[in-house]
Ligand binder design. Structure first.
Ligand code: EPU
Length: 337
């Protein structure tokens, strides 16, 4: 295991923020991960996956452990279903494409989401009507305090909208090493109810789409709205869509009847933060190298040399103005360090 010192994390976070790790090690096996976690001379450990959901606002005075575990394996299958396990360090979209190439269905609506497989359960990634929890069977993890291997079932993860126990009760306590998915081999559950997908498919005269055609539609939609982190630093949606109770919603809806919303099962309502931010006047705005994307106000971007602190300052400014204009608090979706 090779421990390096004073390493730039710019290429390890999709925001492209300059931040230095005091110590850095990339681990390729579970054994190496356990060894790195138990190194006594480095008290503070900082786990790094695909770096797609984080904002670094300063140097990281810790041992940064880059989880670089690779591999995909078939665990079980029958005529209709396959259980596929994927190591945490695999790129999420490459894994989705691997499944589509092999005609394993379930992940196609989540094409092109940045990040790695191991961090997907933490915030229960989701897009276009499907969430990770819909295809999740279990995940294996290492307990940071003891280096012991443990597994978590779907139920134990307690998934919610952009949420799981890894963001709440178990925050910072486990490193996910492997995720096992349950996917379809035939009779795929094609989900195109999300407006933009149907629109895209019918424009291309596709009536009975394959999982590949759904994936292609999602890729085209995402590419038209969301900036490619390789070209423009960003972390996807910076804020979560706020969920409000019916009383708050009714007052909001009476004042802003044109605002889009989704009614949830428990008489709560989800309001698109992108709409609130756009109406608050921030869409496409730029402050130095920190900005709000011109096609999707939920996404904050780094035009080159923004610092994490500058992006964070912009996020707080947006949060404050949205609260003032609409009486609704929007919370960051990304993890801020
Ligand atoms: N809207 C605006 N202005 C904007 C952006 C959106 O008015 O600048 C309006 C849209 O017109 C639409 C509504 O807000 O009526 C919802 O927009 P969209 O369908 O683009 O989805 P979203 O709620 O903005 C969420 C996820 C995305 C995911 C899409 C598609 C969150 C925080 N974001 O965005 O996830 O791709 O739905 O399912 O839930 C991510 O998490 O990084 C991410 C990109």
């Amino acid at each position: 295991m090779h421990i390096q010192q004073n390493i730039s994390l710019k290429s390890y976070n999709t925001f492209g923020i300059e931040s230095e790790a005091r110590y850095f090690v990339s681990v390729h096996t579970i054994g190496e991960l356990q060894e790195a976690l138990s190194l006594p001379n480095y008290l503070k450990k900082f786990l790094l996956g695909g770096g797609s959901n984080m904002l670094l606002t300063g140097p990281i005075d810790a041992l940064v452990i880059h989880v670089n575990l690779k591999g995909i394996a078939i665990e079980n299958q029958n005529q209709d279903y396959i259980q596929l396990s994927c190591m945490a360090g695999e790129n999420w979209h490459d894994f989705v494409l691997h499944c589509i190439d092999n005609n394993y269905g379930g992940l196609e609506n989540m094409s092109l989401i940045p990040g790695n497989v191991g961090t997907a359960p933490i915030q229960n990634i989701g897009a276009y009507g499907v969430e990770l929890k819909d295809v999740f069977l279990k995940c294996d993890a290492i307990e940071i305090a003891t280096s012991k291997e443990v597994s978590f079932t779907d139920q134990q993860c307690d998934f919610g909208y952009r949420n799981s126990i890894f963001k709440t009760t178990h925050k910072g306590q486990y490193v996910i090493t492997r995720v096992t998915f349950k996917l379809t081999k035939n009779k795929h559950k094609i989900q195109t109810q999300y407006g933009a997908i149907n629109e895209h498919l019918s424009l291309n005269n596709i009536t009975n789409p394959t999982i590949k055609q759904v994936s292609d539609a999602v890729i085209a939609i995402r590419e038209s709205k969301l900036p490619d982190p390789k070209k423009l630093g960003n972390s996807g949606s910076f804020f979560k869509n706020p969920v409000v109770d019916s009383k708050t919603f009714e007052a909001f809806n009476a004042k802003f009847p044109e605002a889009p919303f989704y009614a949830l099962a428990n008489s709560e309502f989800k309001i698109p933060a992108g709409w609130l931010i756009e109406q608050a006047g921030f869409k496409g705005k730029r402050y130095g190298d920190a900005g709000v994307h011109e096609n999707q106000a939920l996404v904050l971007v780094n035009y080159g040399n923004a610092t994490g602190a500058q992006i964070w300052e912009l996020a707080l400014k947006i949060q404050k103005k949205v609260a003032k204009d609409f009486g609704i608090t929007i919370e960051p979706e990304v993890n801020v360090f």
